[in-house]
Design a protein around this ligand. Structure first.
Ligand code: AHR
Length: 502
């Protein structure tokens, strides 16, 4: 018996509008993300500011919106003053997080100029150091960055060549402060108080700033849940978002569970939403805290942990340079689907990271830049996943996994654009079998399949490398039909799919 996956779409059953910031990314001073990633003076494609033109083009094609900076773990040792003013005067510093030497050659002004070059949708998302620093330093950074003029720090910015304020609206109050690996790690109570005082003071400068308070650095943290509740009890009225971070990898050859990683991501989101709303209810507040999933990706963390401890303070080491397979891209696509399915509460998300470091783009110093397998689902979702997410309840055959029990083979979402066109994003988790899909379209004026693009390969380990940078790319799938209000398609085994209907 052929097993068919089904769902129905109706314009009246919606999740929410997609916030463009769901397609954010992350640039950390880590390995080669900045140096020889986005920034390489002397590279044949570099512009006057030293930004690599080939990389800028790929980032624009990727469709990245918010760009979180400068870390990550790096931010907990960050002295923002080191990264401003004449380059020759900037100090070299130890970066404790990544056992590297930071030259500060690329700093705050360079970051803002970089974000501006990405296009009108791109916006900065700046983290302040609440690991080894506090309220005053955050305020001084905010004043330097955003105050128009007439104070010591805003005039200093102008003297450094940036007359116009940077206008940073989104700020992260530290990074992963629940993690024992974080420099200046704190208990939830200690961090909650510091975050609250920092938020209160930052709002005194500008009540309109958008603030992200640190949630847990993973659902498996021992303090998960209690951390969010304690931190939000201190900060509920003062912040807009709480952060979530999650990375997934295939462990012990258990690919079936790896393919179901989004089950964990969705439960993480739902558990954080429940905790936020529980605190809101206790406080009798009408306000809703949204979620900033500001680090997510596939990351072979277990393979790379040893890399860092072996370092002896090098400059720009090759770190966390995972080379993604087709399988990784399918899981990655499924994580994107999970974010879209929760667009009612996840209003910011940052793919960690952007270039070289667990990234959709790889580069060689002095050489080319190319797209990883994960580049394609992100670019397609950012381009076509704009509008209103429709409620998708799948009726799908299932398979058994060690980590998550019985899991649907189909993972899917659909987004309706303002012009009425609909894009379905779908993943078939089966490693062996194609999955027939039937979608009933109710009350939607759709008559044609514009495109069915699939990412799948006879070799699930296929990847794009320096030697073969275009080995993997999406292809057109055949046999997809829309007739009498019903879409039928076949999803190849282990595939990411985008089906556009008009
Ligand atoms: O993205 C890599 C690292 O992962 C970040 O620096 C940190 O926040 C997280 O643990």
């Amino acid at each position: 018996m052929t097993r068919i996956a089904r769902f129905a779409l109706h314009p009246g059953f919606t999740v929410a509008d997609v916030d463009p910031r769901l397609f954010g990314s992350f640039v950390e001073h880590l390995g080669r993300c900045v140096y020889t990633g986005i920034f390489e003076p002397g590279h044949p494609t570099a512009d006057e500011a030293g930004l690599r033109g080939d990389v800028l083009d790929l980032i624009r094609e990727l469709g990245v919106t918010a760009v979180r900076y400068p870390g990550g773990n790096f931010v907990s040792g960050y002295k923002w003053e080191d990264s401003i003013g004449p380059v020759a005067d900037r100090p070299r510093r130890l970066d404790l997080a990544w056992r590297s030497t930071e030259t500060n050659r690329f700093g705050l002004s360079e970051y803002i100029a970089f974000v501006k070059k990405l296009g009108p949708e791109a916006e900065p998302m700046m983290a302040v150091n609440l690991g080894t620093r506090g309220v005053l330093e955050a305020l001084e950074l905010q004043e330097y960055a955003n105050h128009p003029s007439g104070t010591a720090l805003s005039d200093l910015r102008a003297a450094h060549g940036d007359k116009a304020p940077f206008g940073i609206r989104m700020w992260c109050l530290g990074n992963e402060m629940d993690g024992p690996w974080q420099t200046g790690h704190k208990t939830a109570g200690e961090y909650g108080r510091l975050a609250a005082e920092t938020a209160r003071a930052m709002r005194q400068i500008d009540p309109a700033v958008e603030l992200v308070v640190c949630g847990s650095s993973g659902q498996s943290m021992e303090t998960f849940g209690a951390w969010e509740a304690t931190v939000l009890a201190e900060t509920y009225d003062l912040v807009d978002h709480i952060s979530l971070h999650a990375y997934y990898e295939e462990l012990d050859g258990d690919r079936d569970s790896f393919l179901a990683s989004a089950v964990d991501m969705e439960s993480f989101i739902e558990n954080v939403v429940a905790t936020c709303d529980h605190v809101g209810a206790r406080l009798k507040s009408k306000k809703r805290i949204n979620l900033s999933f500001d680090e997510w990706n596939v990351w072979y963390l277990s393979r790379t942990e040893a890399e860092v401890s072996a370092l002896d303070w090098p400059q720009t080491p090759r770190l966390l340079e995972d080379n993604y397979t087709v399988t990784d891209a399918v899981v990655f696509g499924s994580l994107l689907i999970a974010l879209l399915r929760h667009a009612d509460r996840v209003t910011v998300a940052c793919l960690a990271q952007l270039v070289n470091v667990i990234a959709p783009i790889l580069t060689e110093p002095g050489g080319p830049a190319w797209r990883q397998t994960t580049f394609f689902p992100f670019a397609q979702a950012s381009r076509h996943g704009r509008g209103q997410v429709l409620n998708v309840r799948v009726d799908s055959p299932t398979y058994e996994t060690k980590r998550y029990g019985e899991v649907p083979l189909l993972h899917a979402t659909a987004v309706r654009a303002d012009d009425g066109t609909v894009t379905v994003f779908a993943v078939n988790r089966s490693q062996t079998d194609a999955l027939p899909l039937e979608v009933t379209l109710v009350g939607l004026d759709l008559t044609a399949v514009v495109e069915h693009s699939a990412l799948a390969d006879a070799n699930p380990e296929a990847r794009n490398t320096l030697a073969d940078p275009e080995r993997v790319a999406p292809h057109g799938a055949t046999g997809t039909v829309l007739e009498n209000g019903a879409l039928s398609a076949t999803l190849e085994p282990l595939s990411w799919n985008m089906i556009r209907l008009a």
